[in-house]
Design a protein. Structure first.
Length: 101
């Protein structure tokens, strides 16, 4: 038995692909600003690369990777915008829907 096999390596954190498109036509800048705060909290500053006012006005999608442990935080942050139908989000291809309690 070699010495490298004695210790198990810690599993790598699972990452999820999040795709977001802002559908708010009245105030797209405000919606982008709120979304940008949630993206920075979950994915870091590099996850915001390409999320600009121009891309939002053109209706482009924004995709970025989030660690599995921070996905719940991101969904909590954008929950109000999903309820108001200001944006459409998918996590690993599954549509994020609002659940009212």
């Amino acid at each position: 038995m070699s010495s490298t096999r004695r210790f198990k390596q810690a599993p790598r954190p699972r990452r999820r692909l999040v795709v977001v498109r802002i559908t708010d036509t009245r105030r797209p800048k405000d919606a982008r600003w709120l979304l940008q705060q949630a993206v920075v909290r979950a994915g870091g500053f590099n996850a915001c690369r390409g999320l600009t006012d121009r891309s939002v006005r053109l209706g482009r999608r924004h995709a970025f990777w989030v660690r599995d442990t921070l996905t719940k935080r991101f969904l909590h942050d954008i929950g109000g915008m999903v309820v108001d139908r200001r944006l459409i989000a998918t996590v690993d291809g599954n549509l994020v829907r609002a659940v009212r309690r």
